[in-house]
Design a protein around this ligand. Structure first.
Ligand code: F6P
Length: 542
């Protein structure tokens, strides 16, 4: 175990101080805080890499922020950050470095770790990706009949799907409309079937994206896709219609994909931290190598900020510490991510894996049980749609939900007043979530007394507002890096390993046993009586 991992945060002096501050703050509302200090909104807004983070609507004051910074210092968060950035094996349970930041170093950089210049390795793959993507975009790379590629199907799941799928939508404005990208992830046969239904095998190219090249869903869909192609073209067509993105050259070759058409990455890139590695190949085909470089630059700008800015002005540090405050001291178990941008419709789903697979842990890195709640449940939908479904609970429900409202100032698709209406809604929701509406204010509107209680809005919902000028490759990179590093800060405070995911393994193994019981028609081959009954019912119904 590397020594950078912190012990139990709850035994630090800062934790005790924060507990006292929480008691003292119970009688002070966000509205009180906002009204008492007109300068608060400026003081509690920090900007970096084109993103501003306004935490003035959070239930924190400068004493609380100071104590949170002490907690970070006592948990050696910055030392842990430096260890990660230097390539130490901070993913201790898998004995791996965690170097997604190396993926976005500027051209010409060098980063030596384990006797290798990983930046040079990254540059080599990026060069191959760029040449290939350009070839596909310009029609140099053609299908087996000589037809141009019109559709790319990325087959992958988890980190090999969510990042590329999110980025494809987020950067649609920058993409080549002559090539459509599709994403197949689910082993549900409907996913592949419906995606392939309108496509022509002669103009379709598959990217099989899997770090391990063993993931059941991906390999099953990849085989079915190959069968689909081979049904109308000869086996020899596979090499013109399949490329792979993986760390496992052996299995890629065994699948029948020419290693020359494999784009590699490394064990030090976690699946959920991989969208800017070769896993982003579909993104690069869609937006082109130059825009992809700009996305990497945005990531890197946030990396540099995280690595060098003073903790008090450091966006990921502040965001991460506020998340710890909300989770551990205000007992808020969930965070809603509310992007006011249709382009960011898949961003909450992307963040679910990033945050929940990283920090959904209940033991610390040394194997001891965590003595405080860790990673929050993350969910969300784009505004304004969410306002007409779940915001009722956000405003008046008995569960308090922390909210990240994401505002994009400029749209590439202006349409009458619609962009101003969108942003007005975002800011209105942030205001109402934070300030609420008192009974007296409701009465002052002339509301009948019997309805007053129904119309009171408690407010005090901790809300951050993130704002970017426009959504482009650069700001998307910076935004993702901000959340990545915030997740890191939270994990470092809690002393957990944010880079493993042992919790997903058992289900995969049990599924294999159940599949065998289904396929052999022997439900009793599994030992769990509830599963036996369910298998019997399924066999009777299917
Ligand atoms: O099931 C979890 C997981 O291991 C994720 O961490 C990962 O992103 C996903 O599966 C896909 O893995 P692979 O890229 O190896 O197919």
């Amino acid at each position: 175990m590397t020594s950078v991992f912190a012990a139990d945060p709850t035994i630090t002096p800062a934790w005790g101080e924060l507990t006292s501050l929480r008691e003292a703050s119970r009688t002070v509302s966000v509205r009180d805080l906002l009204d008492a200090d007109p300068a608060r909104c400026n003081e509690f807004t920090v900007t970096a890499a084109g993103i501003s983070l306004d935490i003035s609507r959070q239930r924190v004051d400068s004493n609380i922020l100071g104590a949170l910074q002490s907690l970070a210092a006592q948990q050696r968060v910055l030392e842990h950050r430096d260890a990660m950035l230097a390539g130490e094996h901070v993913n201790t349970t898998e004995d791996r470095a965690v170097l997604h930041t190396a993926l976005r170093l500027p051209p010409g950089s060098s980063l030596l770790t384990g006797g290798r210049d990983v930046a040079a390795d990254v540059a080599e793959v990026l060069g191959r990706m760029s040449a290939w993507a350009e070839d596909v975009r310009t029609g140099g790379w053609r299908g087996t009949t000589g037809a141009r590629i019109s559709d790319i199907v990325n087959i992958g799941i988890g980190g090999s799907d969510l990042g590329p799928a999110m980025a494809y939508l987020a950067l649609r404005h920058y993409s080549d409309r002559a090539i459509n990208c599709h994403f197949v992830s689910n082993v549900d046969p409907t996913d592949l079937t419906e995606v392939l239904r309108p496509l022509d095998p002669a103009t379709t190219l598959f990217i099989i994206a899997s770090k391990t090249f063993t993931t059941q869903e991906t390999m099953t869909n990849a085989s079915a896709a190959r069968d689909w192609l081979v049904r109308s073209h000869a086996e020899a067509a596979v090499s013109r219609h399949f490329v792979a993105v993986s760390t496992n050259a052996e299995l890629v070759t065994a699948f029948g994909i020419d290693p020359a058409n494999m784009f590699g990455f490394w064990d030090w890139v976690g699946g959920r931290y991989s969208m800017e590695s070769a896993i982003g190949l579909s993104t690069m085909v869609a937006i082109g190598p130059e825009h992809f470089r700009s996305m990497l630059d945005g990531f890197h700008a946030m990396d540099v900020h995280f690595a060098t800015a003073d903790p008090s002005d450091n966006l990921p540090v502040l965001m991460g510490l506020v998340a710890v405050w909300n989770r551990d001291f205000l007992d808020i178990p969930t965070t809603a991510v509310l992007p006011y941008s249709q382009y960011l419709a898949r961003f909450p789903a992307y963040l679910q894996q990033l945050t929940m697979e990283s920090n959904g842990k209940s033991v610390r890195a040394d194997g001891s049980p965590s003595s405080c709640p860790t990673g929050a449940i993350v969910w969300g939908e784009p505004g304004t749609n969410g306002q007409h479904s779940f915001y009722q609970l956000l405003h008046q429900g008995t569960s308090i939900v922390a909210c990240d409202v994401i505002v994009v100032a400029r749209t590439p698709n202006p349409l009458g007043r619609q962009q101003d209406m969108l942003v007005a809604n975002a800011l209105a929701q942030a205001s109402v979530l934070a300030r609420g509406r008192t009974a007296n204010e409701v009465r002052a509107d002339g509301t009948p007394e019997e309805l007053v209680a129904h119309k009171v809005m408690p407010g005090d919902r901790p809300t951050s507002v993130l704002m970017v000028e426009e959504l482009n490759p650069y700001t998307l990179g910076a935004l993702v890096a901000l959340y990545e590093h915030s997740v890191f800060v939270q994990g470092a405070v809690w002393g957990i390993n944010s880079f493993d995911q042992w919790g997903v393994e058992l289900g995969k193994k049990v599924a294999l046993g159940i599949l065998d019981a289904i396929e052999t028609g022997r439900p009793t081959a599994v030992s769990d009586p509830a599963s036996v009954r369910s298998i019997e019912r399924y066999l009777a119904l299917r």
